[in-house]
Design a protein around this ligand. Structure first.
Ligand SMILES: Cc1cc2nc3c(=O)[nH]c(=O)nc-3n(C[C@H](O)[C@H](O)[C@H](O)COP(=O)(O)OP(=O)(O)OC[C@H]3O[C@@H](n4cnc5c(N)ncnc54)[C@H](O)[C@@H]3O)c2cc1C
Length: 485
């Protein structure tokens, strides 16, 4: 049996590893030159920019997802996970407020803030047993069963009960329960403020559980580990090979590339399903879910900024929410504060005594950059944003001024160009008061979707979980035994 997986991002690699281990001849077609997709890091002039993982969920053994990271080789001896505490620190002039995993020491002066903090702690407590269950599809032949446990689901009940309340509000409005602007800013650092408060509480609960860390070597080492696991089992990855179409054949399915038509028994699409439904089929898909997704999906966008500086910045917190003296205007958005990560302790990320610094600017800017591309001002606009950014940050962290060796920036157009994500989105997300739009894992016999727009919204957890599920669905449809190790 042969399967073609479109995309060597985390979901595609996960599917491919399990399929190969289950005996499938497996070929990955990847349009870029490296594995990882959105979960990537890259090096410029000796400075490595982490452009993916900030928090890896499932980094501790007690979380079932951890088994997927181990089985796929994503986490090995070469990338031990580091768990930051505090997870963020607010930097507002001389004031520094750390956000510890157990929330101790947070300022809650007035009654309103004390109540808000109490309810925040309660919401996080409700999520203390919440996680992505790793089980087997009913009726699937498996070598090592992952039994369904009712108790596992019962323990998640408190989280399920408060979920309707959390999905009705954005993270931005949730943090407005605090009157203290510094508390609002600090909690606002955790997730994209536009997405629902469930994501905020869930992320905080993973911190409280001691999970969510940063694997040494970052995104590229983790993705390379997975790619090596796959190729060491005889799997093939064809880089710089974009799928341009999918066709049904008499014997199964085939994928068209610029050079050839590759036949297989099955195809798994791990590329962004929102793009795939319009671009990979002879006719855009018209199934009800596809039409709803086309009409209703709101993409999550960001601009990524990276600086390589000739100073170690060792007196600054590793992850900080920096309150700006003067708001930053960038691509039609206004920012009063910046979430900044620095990597002074990451071996090999920068020359001795130097450091890389990264920042994500959340907010929609795809149309802005598309217009700039169309009218020829794209590069000029990018430089303007980099200059405004360094100036704003330099007001707060003066050491960076005169020490910048290299700058880097990605816009939604960058993500679109490298990963084919729709409107250059960098992650699937669930906005407040909106339905979740997702593609089915099984489209029909022999054709499957996986990745960030299947299952639930989020980053690496749905990518890994859907990747495993797609491999299980494939095995079930073709009667092969699913092997996970
Ligand atoms: C800046 C940033 C920070 C993030 N931080 C976190 C974090 O802290 N924690 C977290 O959990 N998640 C985070 N994420 C999100 C996470 O990286 C993504 O959700 C996840 O990697 C998506 O994986 P995927 O396999 O579903 O999709 P993708 O990564 O998009 O993979 C799809 C792959 O398919 C390839 N492809 C597309 N079209 C074709 C085609 N036609 N032919 C061949 N190949 C094709 C693409 O090149 C890509 O490699 C972050 C992402 C970014 C960009």
């Amino acid at each position: 049996m042969k399967v073609i997986v479109i995309g060597a991002g985390i979901s595609g690699l996960t599917t491919a590893i399990y399929a190969r281990r289950s005996g499938w001849e497996t070929v990955i077609l990847e349009k870029s030159a490296a594995p990882g997709g959105l979960s990537t890091s890259w090096t410029r002039k000796g400075y490595t920019f982490e452009g993916g993982i900030h928090w890896l969920i499932g980094a501790i053994e007690s979380i079932p997802l951890h088994s997927v990271w181990v089985e796929t080789g994503a986490l090995k001896e070469n990338n031990p996970v580091y768990f930051k505490d505090p997870v963020y620190t607010l930097v507002d002039g001389d004031v520094r407020i750390p956000l510890y995993r157990d929330f101790h020491g947070l300022p809650a002066g007035c009654l309103r803030d004390r109540i808000a903090l109490l309810s925040l702690r309660f919401h996080v407590w409700c999520f203390r047993h919440f996680h992505q269950p790793i089980t087997d599809l009913p009726g699937l032949k498996v070598e090592h069963p992952c039994p369904f446990s009712l108790w596992e689901y019962v323990r998640m009940l408190p989280a399920v009960l408060i979920t309707p309340f959390l999905i009705l509000q954005s993270s931005r409005s949730y943090v407005r329960r605090f009157s203290n602007p510094q508390m609002r800013a600090l909690l606002g650092a955790v997730v994209d403020p536009g997405i629902n408060a469930l994501s905020l509480i869930y992320t905080l609960s993973t911190f409280a559980a001691g999970d969510s860390g940063y694997p040494a070597g970052g995104s590229i080492r983790m993705a390379t580990n997975m790619a090596e696991t796959f190729t060491s089992m005889g799997g093939k990855i064809r880089y710089r090979t974009a799928a341009t179409g999918i066709e049904k054949t008499t014997g199964g399915w085939a994928v068209r590339t610029a050079a050839e038509l590759i036949e297989a028994d099955a195809v798994v699409i791990s590329a962004d399903a929102r793009s795939a439904i319009d671009k990979l089929f002879t006719q855009p898909l018209q199934d009800t879910w596809a039409r709803k997704m086309r009409k209703g999906l709101e993409t999550t966008q960001c601009m990524f900024l990276g600086l390589g500086v000739k100073t170690p910045l060792s007196n600054w917190p590793r992850s900080m929410q920096v309150v700006l003296h003067k708001p930053l205007q960038a691509a039609g958005n206004t920012y009063d504060s910046l979430v900044v990560n620095i990597y002074p302790h990451e071996t090999g990320f920068a020359p001795e005594g130097c450091c890389t610094l990264t920042c994500l600017l959340h907010g929609r800017s795809y149309e802005y950059w598309k217009r700039a591309k169309d009218n020829g001002s794209y590069m000029q606009e990018k430089h303007a944003v980099i200059d405004a950014f360094t100036e704003a940050l330099g007001d707060v962290i003066p050491e960076i001024m005169d020490n910048i060796v290299v700058t880097d920036m990605a816009t939604p157009l960058t993500y679109e160009r490298y990963c084919n994500t729709f409107e250059g989105s960098y992650m699937s997300a669930w906005p407040a008061r909106k339905p979740l739009y997702h593609a089915p894992i099984r489209y029909e016999h022999g054709l499957y979707f996986t990745g960030q727009r299947t299952l639930y919204s989020g980053g690496l957890p749905p990518a890994a979980q859907s990747g495993r599920l797609a491999a299980q669905t494939l095995c079930k449809d073709f009667g092969t035994v699913f092997r996970d190790r």
